[in-house]
Each structure stands twice: as structure tokens, then as C-alpha cells.
Design a binder for this molecule. Structure first.
Ligand code: 13P
Length: 286
């Protein structure tokens, strides 16, 4: 069942759980996300990161088969553009059939962020698509270095409450302690749940945790209790696949290449299933 995030997150919000949004970057990794959801009878969001879509993904060719896989699935599946900050590209994704987009204008001040986001909400209505936005900022850990989210980057709840009311978005990404990427070994981030609780109490809106990989199962469960209804995980799905490939080639350097590719996305499925369990979305497909 192909859906936008709107109805999916409204149900999660009413029933007190979160839907997992997993980063995929090609047909195979998208198939792994859907398969995990089917095995858990859970709704799921395929998050396609703008930077991946622009560099690895021929939008006008690859969107259609992913939409088709979603349509054929017995569980609800949404396709969301993750961190869309190039608005011309975001429009193209809507045109090609994405059911959801994240308009990430968080680099701008709150007023400009709201203005850009409102224009995307109006555009998305034409496509019956849903819109996620972000207030506050998050650090990231990648090849460029380690920038952990600090209190200067947290979402200001009063700004977020005003933003939700002004823009009419379907979901808001909140910065309250998580960082994108792979945390240093043994590091567990401190989450400031009061930020989520305050925004939830004032608006009732669907709220989103980014940077879920390695954030800790307890932090995730408490995030759902505080009012998070969408949890983004990317890095841990990639790591599971990379570790499988490294191990498989170390054991057998002549591993048949097509089989290696096929086995690698399959090897990521258990990681996704673990997060579906933590999010409370298992068995919530209907
Ligand atoms: P991780 O890669 O840290 O899980 O973050 C994913 C994410 O938030 C995508 O927007």
C-alpha cells in the first residue's frame, strides 16, 4: 500500500508509537526496508536522502519501481525525500511520485524557514503529499569530522510551536540531543525529552527523531513516550550491510558478485526489524 506519511503518522500519534524511516539509496536497499516491514507487519517510510538521490539515483527512472514495490506491498509504505534543501529538486521529486518530502530550510532563520516551508506545504497539497520540516539544527559524524549536537543547536520549543501553527506541516524534526552518523565507540547521547514534551503538549503534532543510529534503545523508547512518531535510522542499516560484505569477502574472496550484492541488502533486514520492535510499530500495519 503506497501512502503519504500523513495518515501513517496520524495513526502513530493517536496510538502512541513511532513509524521507522530508513535510509535507502537504490532499488535493493529499498526492497530490504519493505521486506523488514512486511516481516514485522509494520508501516514503514523509505527515506531517500536528497544528496543520495542527486548523486546515485536517477529520479525519473528509479522512483517508479520503488513506488511499484510500495503499491504491491501488503503493509503501508511511504517514500520521503530526506533533508530536501534544494527546492527545485524537491519539486521534481514530488512530480516523479514521492508521497512525502522533508523541506529542510533549518539553515535559515525561523521566519525564512517558515516562509520556504509554507510554500512547499502549498505545493505538496497539489500532489496530496505530506511535508516534514526541521527547526533547530543537528550535528553530524562523517568523513568530514565529528560535530556533535550541542545545546546551541537544540530546537527552541516556542519557535517550533509557532512554526507548526504557521506552516501547517505534517511532521516536525526536533533537535534534542541526537547527531547524524556513527557515534564514537561507547558514546550514548543525552536526550532532552522536555523539549519534545513541551512541543507535543502545545501542538499535538507528529514529531521526528533524526540520527537514530546508535542513539540507544532506552533513548528511543523514552522518545516515543515523550511524543516522537517517526524515527530516522540510516547509518546502522548501511553498517550492517558493509560489515556483511567485509566479512563475506574475508571468508571467500571469490564470492559470486551478484550473490554478494543480493546477500548484502538481505543482511541489513534484522537491524531494521530491531528498530521496528523498539519503535512500537510492529503489528501496526492495519
Ligand atoms: P542516522 O544515519 O544517524 O541513523 O540518521 C539518519 C537520519 O536522521 C536521516 O535523516
Amino acid at each position: 500500500m503506497y501512502q503519504s506519511m500523513k495518515g501513517m503518522l496520524a495513526k502513530a500519534n493517536a496510538e502512541g508509537y513511532a513509524v521507522m524511516a530508513i535510509n535507502a539509496f537504490n532499488l535493493e536497499t529499498a526492497r530490504g526496508v519493505i521486506k523488514a516491514a512486511e516481516e514485522m507487519d509494520a508501516p514503514i517510510i523509505i527515506d531517500l536522502l536528497q544528496d543520495h538521490v542527486m548523486s546515485f539515483f536517477d529520479c525519473d527512472i528509479l522512483t517508479k519501481p520503488i513506488v511499484k514495490m510500495a503499491e504491491q506491498s501488503p503493509v503501508p509504505v511511504a517514500i520521503n525525500l530526506d533533508h530536501g534543501h534544494d527546492i527545485a529538486h524537491l519539486k521534481r521529486c514530488l512530480h516523479e511520485g514521492f508521497s512525502s518530502v522533508m523541506c529542510d530550510a533549518s539553515a535559515y532563520d525561523a521566519e525564512e524557514n517558515a516562509r520556504i516551508t509554507r510554500s512547499v506545504v502549498e505545493l505538496a497539497q497539489i500532489y496530496d503529499a505530506s511535508v516534514e520540516a526541521e527547526v533547530g539544527n543537528m550535528g553530524r559524524i562523517d568523513d568530514a569530522g565529528v560535530v556533535l549536537t550541542d545545546d546551541q543547536m537544540y530546537t527552541d520549543p516556542d519557535v517550533a510551536i509557532d512554526f507548526i501553527q504557521k506552516t501547517g506541516i505534517d511532521a516536525l524534526a526536533v533537535s534534542y540531543g541526537s547527531t547524524h552518523g556513527d557515534y564514537p565507540e561507547g558514546y550514548v547521547p543525552t536526550f532532552h525529552f522536555d523539549i519534545v514534551e513541551k512541543i507535543k503538549a502545545a501542538t499535538g503534532a507528529a514529531l521526528v527523531l533524526h540520527g537514530g543510529s546508535g542513539a540507544g534503545d532506552d533513548n528511543m523508547r523514552r522518545s516515543v513516550e515523550a511524543g516522537i512518531n517517526k524515527i530516522n535510522v540510516g547509518t546502522d542499516y548501511m553498517i550492517a550491510q558493509r560489515e556483511f560484505v567485509a566479512h563475506a569477502l574475508a571468508e571467500n574472496p571469490d564470492y559470486d558478485f551478484p550473490t554478494l550484492m543480493q546477500d548484502s541488502w538481505t543482511a541489513g533486514i534484522d537491524t531494521i526489524k530491531h528498530y521496528i520492535e523498539i519503535s512500537g510499530s510492529a503489528g501496526k500495519a492495519r
